[in-house]
Write a protein that binds this ligand. Structure first.
Ligand SMILES: [Zn+2]
Length: 178
């Protein structure tokens, strides 16, 4: 079930995504909320900010939650992870390890590294996925705001297409790095 409270936290995740874009990295933000709807941790993409290919918003949020995650696992508390984009395979793994029980995201990522839906559909770790409530693209307006951030990101100097162009300029052969 999708509620106004969920929408409130998706907006918060979107704010993190906007901050990430300002920092010239992938515009993805994530908010981890407990069963009393209290914010436990926030995260935003830090791939280019920290030069860390694994610094994804969802992983950052889980990491920032620290021991609270283990406390929730022990007491079987239902945490919700809100993300502005569908989690990739790595973040989906993080969600399973952290035993997060609800996942809500704004925009599917079929053409990119969206992994949650694919892993769930593949019926691997089926019992683990069965325990998680998944809500994808519940709000059209907020989804479009994330889509707009993704379009803005394509213009960023750190976007891979621009980085490759820079490399091909300095290669004597003018060849492209595969
Ligand atoms: Zn990820």
């Amino acid at each position: 079930m999708f509620t106004d409270i969920d929408k409130f936290y998706l907006k918060m995740a979107l704010e993190e995504a906007e901050l990430a874009l300002q920092e010239n990295t992938y515009p993805v933000g994530a908010i981890l909320v407990d069963d009393q709807f209290k914010v436990i941790a926030k995260g935003r993409n830090g791939v280019h900010t920290n030069n860390d290919a694994t610094a994804h918003a969802e992983i950052e949020a889980i990491r920032n939650a620290g021991e609270t995650i283990f406390d929730a696992k022990i007491h079987n508390r239902s945490f919700t992870l809100y993300s502005s984009l569908e989690p990739c395979p790595m973040c989906t793994g993080g969600i399973l390890f952290a035993k997060i029980q609800r996942v809500v995201w704004l925009l599917n990522d079929d053409l990119g590294f969206g992994g949650y839906q694919k892993m769930k559909d593949a019926a691997i770790f089926e019992k683990k996925f069965d325990r998680i409530e998944m809500i994808a693209e519940p709000d059209e307006e907020l989804k479009n705001r994330q889509l707009e951030l993704m379009h803005q990101w394509e213009k960023s100097s750190n976007h891979v297409s621009h980085l490759r162009k820079e490399v091909s300029l300095v290669l004597p052969s003018g060849g492209e790095i595969q």
